[in-house]
Ligand binder design. Structure first.
Ligand code: PMV
Length: 324
């Protein structure tokens, strides 16, 4: 028996960082995926992954989540999500030792929620191998538990969007699926610098301790998320874009942008993007832009590629984690 599962990556249209403090965020699942195959194996969980920049990696994970056979600390960080998901699947589904193969269409540590997508796909794959019928809500809860364990602090954003797909508004553990009036074209560009979610969340927490204005910045982000959600529902993409631009300015105020991300955002805007911003934790990783016209989006990708950035056109995906 061999199970194939895919889980979407995501972009945050507005609200990252502030969402950790209870403000709302709007995120969208992308038509760009992590794929996992799972099949019963011998005596432990054997993982083969092409997630890492270091190429193909093999590791062995015990039922209680210990990783053997990794070569470096950076690899260990990526595999920690997989190992924690394996331990959860052993506890919750009594998952048998299995062979897991993990492939991603985007680089890890890119701010596109790769870790949540991998976690969700491993959990669903192992539930299927175990013959356990797992609900979406249960997957969402388990993904969030894994993220909390590995990162320390985490909102429900990634866990929700990877589980349900589409456009999602998240506030605390509550969420609502948004049906937009019009579907935008999205472009994602990678700054070629890693974005480490846990570290960036800690840095923003430290800034919040020191500067009184940080709460005010987050309140403004929360307000613009509400306006962006309304504009999205109405199909007013111009306003959605303007609010993404405003959100980018506020993320820069939280000091999570970088020189490369600023360059990408400005290239997007020159190419005719309705809006462009950092997506995810920042400090590296990706920027996302909203375009009305596919030809403008393609032009932006060409310009960014010529500058040495990895960029691609994508669309919202209606599907969350599922078997293929
Ligand atoms: O970098 P990503 O894709 O894991 O997104 C992080 C988003 C934050 O708001 C910074 C953290 C969170 O848990 O919501």
């Amino acid at each position: 028996m061999r199970i194939s599962v895919k889980a979407p990556l995501k972009a945050i249209l507005a609200g990252e960082h502030a969402v950790v403090y209870g403000y709302p965020a709007v995120a969208v699942a992308l038509d760009t995926y992590v794929r996992v195959t799972a099949e019963p194996g011998d005596d432990s969980f054997r993982v083969e992954t092409e997630l890492s920049c270091e190429g193909n990696v093999r590791a062995e994970i015990t039922r209680d989540g210990n990783v053997k056979g990794f070569r470096s600390e950076s690899l260990h960080e990526e595999l920690t999500y997989v190992a924690t998901a394996v331990r959860k699947a052993s506890e919750e589904f009594d998952a048998p030792p299995s062979n897991l193969r993990i492939l991603s269409e985007a680089p890890p540590a890119s701010g596109l929620g790769t870790s949540a997508a991998v976690t969700a796909a491993v959990l669903l794959g192992l539930a299927e191998v175990s013959g356990v019928n797992v609900s979406r809500e249960e997957i969402r809860r388990l993904v969030r538990e894994v993220e909390l364990e590995v990162q320390g602090k985490a909102s429900w954003t990634d866990a929700t969007v990877v589980t349900y797909g589409g456009f999602v508004r998240v506030s605390g553990r509550e969420f609502e699926l948004i049906e937009p009036e019009r579907n935008p074209v999205l472009v994602v560009a990678h700054s070629q610098e890693p974005s480490r979610t846990g570290e960036m969340v800690r840095r923003v927490a430290e800034l919040r301790e020191r500067l009184d204005i940080v709460d005010g910045v987050m309140e403004l982000i929360g307000e613009l998320v509400d306006d962006l959600e309304a504009a999205l529902r109405d199909g007013d993409l111009r306003t959605v874009g303007e609010l993404m631009n405003a959100n980018h300015g506020l993320l820069a105020a939280l000091n999570v942008s970088t020189r490369a991300l600023e360059e990408i955002v400005h290239v997007f805007r020159s190419a005719g993007a309705l809006g462009a911003k950092v997506t995810g934790a920042g400090g590296g990783g990706c920027a996302v832009a909203l375009f009305e016209r596919e030809e403008d989006a393609k032009r932006a990708v060409e310009t960014l590629s010529a500058l040495g950035y990895e960029a691609f056109v994508t669309r919202p995906s209606p599907c969350g984690v599922k078997t293929e």
